[in-house]
Ligand binder design. Sequence first.
Ligand code: CP
Ligand code: NVA
Length: 323
Amino acid sequence: MIAAFCIFRDFFMTVRHFLSLLDYPLADYRRILARAADLKQAYEAGIRPATLRQRVLGMIFEKASTRTRLSFEAGMAQLGGTAIFLSPRDTQLGRGEPVEDSARVMSRMVDAVMIRAKDHAMIEQFAAYSKVPVINALTDINHPCQLLADVFTFEQKRGSIQGKRVAWIGDGFNMCHSYINAAQVFDFELMIATPIGYEPDADIVAAAGGRIHLVNTAEEAALDADLVVTDVWASMGQEEERERRLRDFSDFTIDDRVMDKANADALFMHCLPAHRGEEVTAGVMDGPQSVVWEEAEARLHTQKALLEFLILGDVSADLSNPN
Ligand code: CP
Ligand code: NVA
């Protein structure tokens, strides 16, 4: 009888993955971001609630990372849990063990799996065979965790992002796609300026409706913006295209002239790592409108809330349970 119930329950229980910002309704993100604000306050007050005590996060990195690894690993430790770093170089995944077999095995041993993958299809395949939540920590399609941090940072400084005007200037790649998803979920206007040939995926743009506007120059995108955002011109895996990209993107540097088109209180963000003198000048990157360090720190707070949401089934109310 109990066995039959378990089979029934397992069959109908869907695992909560986070592969794209489009996976959950706005109300869920509102709870996650509110929880992140509480966790940030608690962290600053020296309080470490152990809401994920004895929980384990597996972390698969097919590409390099500083912020993502640190924020997930530190976040799990601060919530009383553990994170295990798995490099394809040192695991059987890197020697050709099928993704679905790896997912079946790993998800029997950990409470969630975070993946930074070269190919978005890998993460989807892993999720399809995983019994535990899978978190997208960057693919060639999107980077949804970064957007939780970016929206959180904007709202901590300026209040709700709904109805605001955001300028994306640079490559129409993974970060740009997540900004398009975010415009759809959080309901803001997104102006996008890319060089010809580097536009974002047309289907992702179309799905976001009338909030997305593709323009030709950095100045047009920045006009009256509340937030100006960029990313590297050559992403991980595009190193061989670097010289061509430096030429193609040369009119898309965010400098004082571009920032002057935006609102006087506009913020500047960059997911980092940044290349001063390429996509952004040192003056803007290190200037008064830049919030890039707060943005990087926000990865910690927002992902702790995300981990609670995915592993516990919702964010925890408990801030008192000491670690
Ligand atoms: N922004 C970001 O994801 O940084 P890392 O590549 O250092 O993880
Ligand atoms: N677009 C960049 C983001 C790094 C966080 C890349 O994919 O390398």
